[in-house]
Design a protein around this ligand. Structure first.
Ligand code: CDP
Length: 211
C-alpha cells in the first residue's frame, strides 16, 4: 500500500509542530519538519561565515554538503538562526536542496504507513499530490505570545514586543518571496488554531479517518 502524506503549512509559530507531533504519535506517521532543514543550513552558513547576501557563495557551499540531519537540536532553535533560515529560504538553490532531501526521506522510508510533513510550501510545492493538506491559521499576537513563552521556557532571553515585530516581518518575507511563497495550497483545509488544541485535533482526526 502506498504511504499516505499529510502536509501542514502555515506561518511562524502557528502550532504546526505540535499538531504534526500529535498526528505522528496518534496515527504512527513519520514526522518531517522542513523548517529544521532550513535552520540547519542557516546554522552551517553562520558557522562557516558564508556571505548569505551572495548566491554564488551559497551555491558553492551547498555543493560541499551531502546531507543534513533531520533531528531537532537546541543550537538551531534560536531566533537568530530562525531569522537567518528565513533569509536564505528566498533562494531557489537552497529550496531545491532542501526539497531533494525531503523527497529522498520519503522514498527511503516508504515502508511507513504515512508521513506528516510541515513547513511553508509542502502542500503547494513539495508534495502537491498529498492525501490531506492542512493550512494552519492563528493571529499574529497569539503566535507571538506562544513563541515568547516557548523561548522563555527554553531559557532564552526574550521580549514580547520584539517577538511580535519579528513574527510580522517573518510573515511578510514568507508571503512575498518569489519562490514558493507561503500560500494556502490548492485543496487545503484551513484550520483555525486560535483556540484550544483539543478542538483542532478533533477536527483533524475526523479528516484523517476519512483518508
Ligand atoms: O520558527 P518558525 O516556525 O518560523 O520556523 P521554522 O518552521 O523552523 O522554519 C524556519 C524558516 O525557514 C521559516 O521562517 C521560513 O522562512 C523557512 N521555511 C521555508 O521557507 N519553507 C519551509 N518549508 C520551512 C521553513
Amino acid at each position: 500500500m502506498k504511504s499516505k502524506i499529510i502536509t501542514i503549512d502555515g506561518p511562524a509559530a502557528s502550532g504546526k509542530e505540535k499538531i504534526s507531533k500529535y498526528i505522528s504519535k496518534k496515527w504512527k506517521f513519520k514526522h518531517l519538519d522542513s523548517g529544521i532543514l532550513y535552520r540547519r543550513l542557516a546554522y552551517i552558513f553562520k558557522n562557516d561565515e558564508i556571505n548569505t547576501d551572495n548566491i554564488s557563495d551559497i551555491k558553492k557551499k551547498l555543493k560541499n554538503i551531502n546531507t543534513l540531519s533531520f533531528r531537532k537540536n537546541k543550537n538551531i532553535r534560536s531566533e537568530e538562526i530562525g531569522k537567518l533560515a528565513s533569509k536564505i529560504a528566498i533562494y531557489n538553490p537552497v529550496r531545491d536542496f532542501v526539497n531533494k532531501l525531503q523527497y529522498n526521506f520519503v522514498k527511503k522510508n516508504n515502508k511507513k504507513q504515512g508521513f506528516v510533513i510541515d513547513g511553508r510550501d509542502i502542500g503547494s510545492v513539495v508534495f502537491k499530490n498529498a492525501d490531506l493538506k492542512l493550512f494552519i491559521e492563528v493571529n499574529a499576537k497569539i503566535r507571538a505570545k506562544r513563541r515568547y513563552k516557548q523561548l522563555i521556557d527554553s531559557g532564552e532571553k526574550s521580549i514580547y514586543r520584539k517577538i511580535l515585530k519579528e513574527i510580522k516581518l517573518r510573515d511578510k518575507k514568507d508571503k512575498l518571496r518569489k519562490y514558493s511563497p507561503l500560500i494556502v495550497p490548492k485543496g487545503a483545509y484551513i484550520i483555525d488554531n486560535n483556540g484550544s488544541l483539543k478542538k483542532v485535533i478533533k477536527e483533524i482526526n475526523k479528516l484523517i479517518v476519512e483518508l
